[in-house]
Design a protein around this ligand. Structure first.
Ligand code: NAP
Length: 473
């Protein structure tokens, strides 16, 4: 929320979505501060990229250690500004810090190549060099991990970064940046600007000093950034929205399927890009699954994430609740039935009852678009071919889940799914050691894992010629 305190100063009020309390305020930045941050990153690039891999690795490792030793404080900030339960916030600190640890190790493994020469007097090499200054724009749903997933590999290979976190969650970002300084990462290597999103975004896009944009957020903003990068031909990575199918076959283990679907749907109150958005259930197991799943959902306690035992915090803002209401109204007007929930929670604020909808079909908004809230729509299907068709009938292609005890089926369906991540009999699949990214309009590029570092590297081919003399002496 932005407030105007007068001509001389604007501030962003950081609000606790569980209580409405103002946690604190931070400076509201725009074009000027972003230009300064880009200059600072640009000036530091020369020295940071010349640090040895081992020096960069040690700084990153120290940063990781500091995040872990401050995990309670980071998690508390996250719950206060974002609303997720403290236990989930602690999980995010471990996951987010994990990217820094992983890329501290990868920093030492950025190898080039020697190519067998085509002419006797030549030697051919490939060098890998950092792309330069990176602009990183991140969302509120994972206030730490979406930053470290970008900054870890960027810093590991010698890039410097300007990060723009969401205006809803600047505190976790600022705390992490402060810890980076304490870890010995030089000032100017990691810069954070918070404020006017389009001014900051446009300044990053227009600058010829910024060589790469990396973005996690909605598909609509991602498309703007992709178009905006054209003018200066920047490298770009996009981690965008999903519409994850979660397919439960007749031969699934019911307990495994319920547990997996619950985790895939309700983590972060349904506000993740890999959340199961459509639960496709084969007709033979539909009734049994719907009953067991609704029972499990009923046990999810809703409330302030600081309270022990809470599994579902508030949604991020009023607009998020209104979107959920709109999708449920659309679904019920077209024949869906509310099995559980379907209303704002009696706690008020932006709390919403964990909801299960039955008899959903693929014409309803709730299965066409990302609901980004605690609503689990159940769709009935007949055959494996039907399930694959429904699952792939979307422009998104981030995560998909399947539940089956048949090994041949698990391979067949996995290979047929047009998705970047597939969970088989598992609902929680994100890890720093595996590549994360989408097919189709869910994005470009991959983050995390050994593949994630390539996004921040340029390949330089070197041809060493006129070597005849060296070999004839
Ligand atoms: P969003 O509205 O696209 O915002 C993401 C970031 O972009 C925020 O920092 C936002 O700033 C900024 N932004 C907004 N308009 C901009 C502009 N014109 N130029 C530059 N930056 C701009 O998305 P969100 O609602 O925060 O996040 C939810 C979306 O992210 C969902 O669609 C979800 O699926 C997706 N997501 C994807 C992944 C993935 O890895 N694929 C992971 C997490 C989330 P302000 O917040 O300050 O306005």
């Amino acid at each position: 929320m932005q407030i105007h305190l007068g001509d001389w100063e604007d501030r962003i009020l950081v609000q606790n979505p569980a209580t409405g309390d103002i946690v604190t305020s931070v400076a509201y930045m725009g074009k000027k501060e972003t230009t300064d941050a880009i200059s600072s990153a640009y000036n530091t690039f020369n020295s940071w990229s010349k640090h040895t891999a081992s020096e960069r690795s040690k700084c990153l490792r120290k940063w990781y250690d500091l995040m872990i030793s401050h995990k309670e404080e980071l998690a508390l900030l996250m719950t206060l500004e974002q609303g997720k339960p403290l236990k989930e916030a602690l999980g995010e600190v471990a996951y987010g810090a994990g990217f820094i640890e992983f890329f501290a190790e990868e920093a030492k493994r950025i190898y080039g190549d020697i190519i067998p020469a085509t002419l006797a007097d030549r030697r051919l090499f490939v060098l890998k060099q950092p792309v330069g200054v990176v602009g990183a724009i991140t969302p509120w749903n994972f206030p730490l991990a979406m930053i470290t997933r970008k900054v870890g590999p960027a810093l590991a290979c010698g890039c410097t970064v300007v990060v723009k976190p969401s205006e809803y969650t600047p505190l976790t970002a600022l705390a992490a940046a402060e810890l980076s300084l304490q870890a010995g990462i030089p000032p100017g290597v990691l810069n954070v600007v918070v404020g006017n999103a389009s001014d900051i975004g446009d300044t990053l896009l227009q600058s010829t000093k910024v060589r790469k944009i990396t973005f996690t957020g909605s598909t609509a903003v991602g498309k703007k950034l992709l178009a905006g990068s054209a003018n200066t031909v920047k490298r770009i990575s996009l981690e965008l929205g999903g519409n994850a199918p979660c397919i439960v076959f007749d031969d699934a283990d019911l307990d495994v399927a319920v547990k997996g679907a619950l985790a895939a749907k309700f983590r972060n109150s349904g506000q993740t890009c890999v959340c199961a958005n459509r639960i496709l259930v084969q007709e033979g197991i539909y009734e049994k699954f719907a009953n067991a799943f609704a029972k499990a959902v009923q046990n999810l306690h809703v409330g302030n994430g600081l309270v022990e035992g809470i599994a579902q915090g508030p949604l991020i803002n009023e607009a998020a609740v209104e979107k959920v209401e709109k999708f449920i109204k659309d679904a019920t007007s077209k024949g869906a039935n509310v099995i559980l929930g379907g209303r704002r929670h009696s706690l008020g604020m932006t709390f919403y009852e964990p909801t299960v909808l039955g008899n959903v079909n693929d014409e309803m908004l709730v299965s066409r678009e990302e609901v980004f809230g605690p609503v689990a729509p159940l769709l009935r299907f007949k055959t494996e071919e039907d399930a694959i068709h429904i699952a792939n009938d979307t422009n998104a292609g981030l995560a998909a889940y399947i539940f089956t005890t048949s090994i041949p089926r698990s391979w067949r369906v996995t290979e047929a799914l047009e998705y970047g991540l597939v969970g088989v009999n598992e609902g929680l699949i994100s890890t720093e050691v595996a590549p994360f990214g989408g097919f189709k309009q869910s994005g470009l590029g991959r983050e995390g894992s050994k593949y994630g570092i390539d996004e921040y590297l340029e390949l330089k081919y070197v041809c060493l010629g006129n070597m005849k003399e060296a070999y004839t002496k």
